[in-house]
Design a protein around this ligand. Sequence first.
Ligand SMILES: Nc1nc2c(ncn2[C@@H]2O[C@H](COP(=O)(O)OP(=O)(O)O)[C@@H](O)[C@H]2O)c(=O)[nH]1
Ligand SMILES: [Mg+2]
Length: 202
Amino acid sequence: MVIKNVELETVVGVTTKKLPNNKLPEIAFAGRSNVGKSSLINALMNRKSLARVSATPGKTQTMNFYNINKELYFVDLPGYGYAKVHKDFRASWGPMIENYLLNSKNLVAVFLLLDLRRTPSEDDKMMYDWMVHAGFHPIIIATKSDKIRKNDLEKAINNIKNTLGTEVSNTVLKFSALKKTGRDEILAKIDEILQSKETEND
Ligand SMILES: Nc1nc2c(ncn2[C@@H]2O[C@H](COP(=O)(O)OP(=O)(O)O)[C@@H](O)[C@H]2O)c(=O)[nH]1
Ligand SMILES: [Mg+2]
């Protein structure tokens, strides 16, 4: 897909129960604070800073809906698992994300971002398990791939798969916002998702 037109259309606060009444398909991006969610969304949209990239984790406590080509939405979900905002945030984060994931009528796919260098945290595992239980097939994106040596890539990917307990055959997409590697594969995956959705509706 070629992204020509992007607009931050709706920002939903943590305490809001009401979801926007969107008609276009939505693709959500989840992951812990600082994993590189905003950086990925910017890279996909080819924008330097429409999604705010932050050196201070835990800043984004809203759900942001980006209208892409008037064709679909990217939904930037608030990051989880940052110690300092833990207590309050957790209390509001959980219900917000759950409310969205369970009630959005147009959600067609969920990407779960994980830092390629790290073993998935308890929060990551909880998120992944929750998604699988709720019937989603989260697509995993391993971020910050530029920070790891080529020789260690395979080992890091396997570590993620083993920790989460995903099928070994499951693909984990690698991405670097710094080098822009993996961008085409993610966009191709999005095309694939939208196409299979169309056939489903025919
Ligand atoms: N080296 C490297 N740094 C990254 C990459 N993606 C994000 N970062 C850095 O990680 C930090 C958090 O990124 P951000 O996109 O705000 O994460 P978010 O909290 O998940 O939205 C920022 O300092 C980014 O510059 C990447 O692919 N490579
Ligand atoms: Mg962010």
